[in-house]
Design a protein around this ligand. Structure first.
Ligand code: KIV
Ligand code: NA
Length: 267
């Protein structure tokens, strides 16, 4: 089959085939994604919450996403790999942004970087694509602006906010973005934006009319129990399965039932 590329993803959009993306942070889960035929893996800065147990994505560093992206790339060498640029790794200046995005591409084997924001990052998007770095945008609820939002919420319900979103979307498209993640956006607006351009839209809490869908691995398999937004569908009860296994181990060790003779080395 060969590696999934921007080109093969565009062909999917043209054919009307849905695109699947999973946000994850380690070798084993990435390997499962590739085995399941997922198109793309994202090393999301949600790793701050899901992997590190922080309460926001803000403290995540460039070194951390690079570390995780290298592990994910080893697990899923064939998938389209996108890496989230952490808070403050691209906001200070265009030069610093290009340098940091370049590091991610060079050191991880990622095929694109993802940055949050619209008009305010359009210049950076233009410069990145100019040097050959594909960019995935991220609009709607953008977790790196949690201190502006206050709490996670739907963005674009009021007309003023919807208009802002349209302007930001257009700015990214004109700057040369290749894909845009729409997070917590009313489905009608996500549909309208998706149909307004050739750019691939990937929804999370943005309805079924986006070109593709993304979920966090640990949400999808039911391992992350800290929060469950409306848009998460749990396809397995991962935490329950693992807790039961651990409890069984504890009981069997305590009872002297593990290990058995077969699980031990003889003389
Ligand atoms: O960090 C992340 O996992 C993300 C996706 C949910 C889009 O940005
Ligand atoms: Na993210």
């Amino acid at each position: 089959m060969g590696r999934v590329t921007l080109w093969s993803l565009r062909k999917k959009k043209w054919r009307g085939e849905k695109i699947t993306m999973i946000s994850t942070y380690d070798f084993l889960s990435a390997k499962l994604c590739q085995e399941a035929g997922i198109d793309s893996v994202l090393v999301g800065d949600s790793l701050g919450m899901v992997f590190q147990g922080l309460d926001s994505t803000l403290p995540v560093t460039l070194e951390e996403v690079i570390y995780h992206a290298r592990a994910v790339r080893r697990g899923a060498p064939e998938l389209f790999l996108v890496v989230d640029m952490p808070f403050m790794s691209y906001q200070v200046s265009i030069e610093e942004g290009i340098k940091n995005c370049g590091r991610v591409i060079k050191e991880t084997g990622a095929q694109a970087v993802k940055i949050e924001g619209g008009e305010s990052v359009a210049e950076l998007v233009y410069r990145l694509t100019g040097v050959g770095i594909p960019v995935v945008g991220h609009l709607g609820f953008t977790p790196q602006s949690i201190n502006l939002f206050g709490v996670p919420r739907v963005v674009g319900k009021e007309e003023k906010e919807a208009e802002r979103l349209r302007i930001d979307f257009k700015a990214l498209v004109e700057a040369g973005v290749d894909m845009i993640v729409l997070e917590s956006v009313p489905w009608r607006l996500a549909k309208e934006l998706t149909e307004s351009s050739e750019v691939i839209t990937i929804g999370i809490g943005a309805g079924k009319f986006c070109d593709g869908q993304v979920l966090v691995f640990h949400d999808l398999v039911g391992l992350y129990e800290e929060a469950k937004p409306k848009f998460v569908r749990r396809y397995a009860e991962g935490a329950k399965i693992f807790r039961e296994a651990l409890t069984k181990f504890k009981i069997e060790v305590e009872k002297g039932e593990f290990p058995s003779e077969e699980e031990s080395y003889g003389t």
